[in-house]
Ligand binder design. Structure first.
Ligand code: MOS
Length: 755
């Protein structure tokens, strides 16, 4: 019934558009303060070594230098999300190339860089490990020999180089294999890829004599930045204020502190504001990239194509710190099981340290890696038992009322609709695979991340409505979506809404712009605020109109009953004079999704909330001589619950597919002996507009019971299926490649092996 709505369901322009297209928006990289100095980091050149000597005297004498900071200037030793294994500056041991050892503050970034290069370090090399399977060997070098002494969440299970071992377990997997007619065992590996935001990480910090820090940064999570900074600086959180600038993309790579803690320490050391911006090389070699993984999957099926048992193991290469790898190892289990009915499951997730740069949460963390394995294997099995891949999926997918692998009962399951719509649009039933032409399918499910959101909604005397949210606009348009929800619920125009956002002191707490949750959670908080506002509005209007409050209605900014009416602006003005104005605090926290705790051990991510379902279909040509892959057509059928702003959702789908194509076909951070061999945007092959195929979006609307107007999270899912869909299409056209990225070189090698 989208047609009944006036603001939601419409492709209205976003509030941040004009500033961005005119260049007036102040991004983190633009932000400046008077008297500001510049910081640079001196980073490890060794993958694993003890620091024997750190000599700063020569650097101190360099022109323009104002301060040099090291671990001695940082009050807290170690911090981190699941395990406190991160050091701001290396304490005495470096664990990856690029690990910060010291920071230099100077008049200019160039002077700071020159001085950082003049810092002298003597290392005592230690044995290093770069491969997760080697890291699991009993005699492997330990990345953190004192791991068990670090503080950690009680749920993690640490041992050797393993930062967490989680298990998803249902039924009796051995009995399931015994009952199976066919058993398939496959191995998959995936690549480390950069989150791909266009704006580097940037922050400016100011320190006041009264001990307060103010940090302007392009972080996705101002409140988490505030609390982590307070922990690192050992000051009360009230002494740290984090304000988001305009943000040039995040994709999860700006969830955790990047440069904020460095500029904060530097600003205190020199008493002046300090700015730092990462270089492309620093980005490519030390960003929170997507974890590479190794996956082994063993699946048993009956003759008629029903999955009876699935056993698997995913080894997540977290790099030198566990970061979000613990969560990735855990959520991988849910994705590896997949949106399928499987009576017997045993899936182990291991998060493993190596001497590489720390990794992080990149858009749908674990999704593309695990889905690549599951959906590649679904096609391998279908071929093995002579079933159409679409038909094989339809025989096994979850349906309304089913119990998912983790024990959560799923409803509003639109997977069949997504699969059929994507298949129809790509011309699945008329496909002629082989001889360099092929079509591929992949499907999956994903969560709408929970966590609390608060908004203040304030109606100003001219009738303009301010949405004050702790959530940042990271470039998706999601805050415009939340504002559309507010406008619809309140009965005003989108143009009447102003947005104030993402300031840890001035805005209400929000779990933040992450996990496809922004429009969903902030939108629901707005609806809650509107319920309260309407009471205030009607109570104020009732005596003015001489009508009982319960008889009043609010439409298009006018409160009325019969022929009596008063505008919202008039009420807001009257209330401002008589009682401080018209304002409400709205909150939202997603209701917990029940699951079966007996089905898992050490799972830190246990459910998929308001799950979305999606299917991708792609048509490729593979050059039989060069192995070059050309995408002829790409279709996404995604259940968005309700499309609050169809145009921006299509934008998320097209962008997500492009990121997924990058991971599938060309992107890879390549390590050689612990050093990144392609730390630049020439040798790291991110797709450009020239590589973009036509992407067709089909928005399926199977409403969430929780989301605003039925909306589900939409931002992350589009990046999940491209690697699997492309691998399946390339397999149909030429050959199966099970290690990402599927480069032309690999395709040629596999074709040669097959012939
Ligand atoms: Mo996302 S990886 O939750 O920004």
């Amino acid at each position: 019934m989208a047609s009944d709505y006036k603001v939601v369901g419409k492709s209205l322009p976003r509030f941040d558009a004009m500033g961005k297209v005119t260049g007036r928006a102040i991004y983190g990289t633009d932000f400046a303060l008077p008297g500001m100095l510049h910081g640079k980091l001196c980073r490890s050149t060794m993958p694993h070594a003890r620091i024997r000597v750190l000599r700063l005297d020569k650097a101190r004498q360099m022109p323009g230098v104002r301060a040099i900071v090291t671990a001695a200037d940082v009050p807290c030793a170690r911090y981190g999300s699941f395990i406190k294994d991160m050091e701001v500056f290396a304490l005495d041991t470096v664990r990856h190339v690029g690990q910060p050892i010291a920071g230099v503050v100077a008049r200019s970034a160039a002077e700071a860089e020159a001085a950082a290069a003049a810092i002298e370090i003597e290392y005592e090399p230690l044995p290093a490990v770069f491969d997760v399977e080697v890291a699991l060997q009993p005699d492997a070098p330990l990345v953190h020999p004192d791991l068990l002494a670090y503080q950690a969440m009680p749920t993690v299970l640490r041992q050797g180089n393993v930062s967490n071992q989680s298990l998803l377990s249902v039924g009796d997997v051995e009995a399931g294999f015994a009952a199976s007619d066919h058993i398939f065992t496959n191995r998959f590996t995936t690549n480390m890829v950069h989150p791909g935001y266009t704006e580097p990480r940037a922050a400016v910090a100011q320190w006041d004599r009264d001990g307060r820090f103010t940090v302007w940064s392009n972080t996705q999570l101002p409140f988490e930045a505030q609390s982590t900074l307070a922990e690192i600086l050992k000051v009360p959180a009230a002494q740290v204020r984090v304000i988001c600038t305009v943000i040039g993309g995040g994709f999860g790579g700006k969830l955790r502190l990047g440069v904020e803690h460095y500029v904060a320490v530097m600003a205190k050391a020199c008493g002046r504001p300090v700015k730092m911006v990462t270089t492309t090389e620093e980005e490519m070699a030390t960003a929170y990239s997507r974890q590479p993984v190794v996956i082994e999957l063993k699946t048993g099926v009956s003759r008629d194509g029903r999955i009876l048992a699935k056993q698997g193991r995913i080894i997540v290469d977290t790099g030198a710190t566990s970061g979000s790898g613990v969560g990735v190892g855990s959520s991988s289990a849910l994705i590896l099981a997949g949106p399928y009915r499987i009576p017997n499951i045993s899936i182990e997730g291991l998060a493993v340290y190596t001497n590489k740069a720390p990794t992080g949460s990149f858009r749908a963390p674990s999704g593309p890696q695990a889905n690549f394995a599951v959906e590649s294997q679904m096609d391998i099995i279908a071929a093995g038992i002579g079933l159409d891949p679409l038909e094989f999926r339809l025989r096994n997918i979850l349906r309304d009322g089913d119990t998912a692998p983790n024990g959560q009962v799923v409803n509003k399951v639109s997977l069949e609709e997504c699969l059929r719509k994507a298949a129809d649009a790509i011309g699945w039933s008329q496909r002629l695979d082989g001889n360099g032409r092929g079509k591929g399918l992949a499907c999956g499910w994903w969560t709408t991340t929970s966590g609390s959101s608060g908004v203040y909604v304030k109606i100003n005397p001219e009738g303009k409505v301010v949405m004050n949210t702790g959530c940042a606009e990271i470039g998706t348009g999601a805050l415009t979506g939340a504002a559309q929800v507010l406008a619809e619920a309140l009965g005003v125009k989108l143009d009447d809404i102003d947005i104030v956002s993402a300031d840890s002191t001035a805005t209400p707490f929000d779990h933040g712009a992450q996990g496809s949750r922004t429009a969903f959670a902030v939108g629901n908080a707005c609806i809650n605020a509107v319920e309260k506002l309407r009471q205030q509005i009607f109570q104020a209007a009732a005596p003015k109109l001489g009508v009982p409050a319960e008889n009043l209605s609010l439409v298009d900014g006018v409160v009325s009953a019969g022929d009596k009416s008063i505008t919202l602006a008039e009420i807001a003005k009257a209330l401002q004079l008589s009682g401080g104005g018209l304002i409400a605090h709205g909150t939202f926290i997603a209701p917990p999704t029940p699951y079966d705790p007996k089905r898992g051990r050490n799972l830190v991510i246990t459910t998929l909330n308001s799950p979305s379902f999606h299917a991708h279909a792609v048509d490729v040509s593979v050059d039989q001589e060069t192995g070059e892959i050309q995408i002829n057509d790409y279709v996404v059928a995604q259940d968005v619950g309700f499309a609050i702003n169809p145009l921006y959702i299509e934008g998320q789908i097209e962008g997500g597919v492009m990121q997924g194509i990058g991971q599938a076909l060309s992107e890879e951070i390549v390590y050689r002996d612990g050093h990144v061999a392609n730390a630049n945007l020439t040798d790291y092959k991110m797709p450009t507009a020239m590589d973009a195929p036509r992407v067709r979006s089909i928005l399926v609307e199977c409403p969430s019971e929780v989301g605003p107007f039925g909306a589900k999270g939409v931002g992350e899912p589009p990046v999940i299926e491209p690697p699997a869909a492309l691998a399946n299409a390339v397999a149909a056209a030429a050959c199966r490649v099970s290690d990402l990225p599927i480069t032309a070189e690999k395709v040629v090698r596999h074709m040669a092996m097959a012939s």
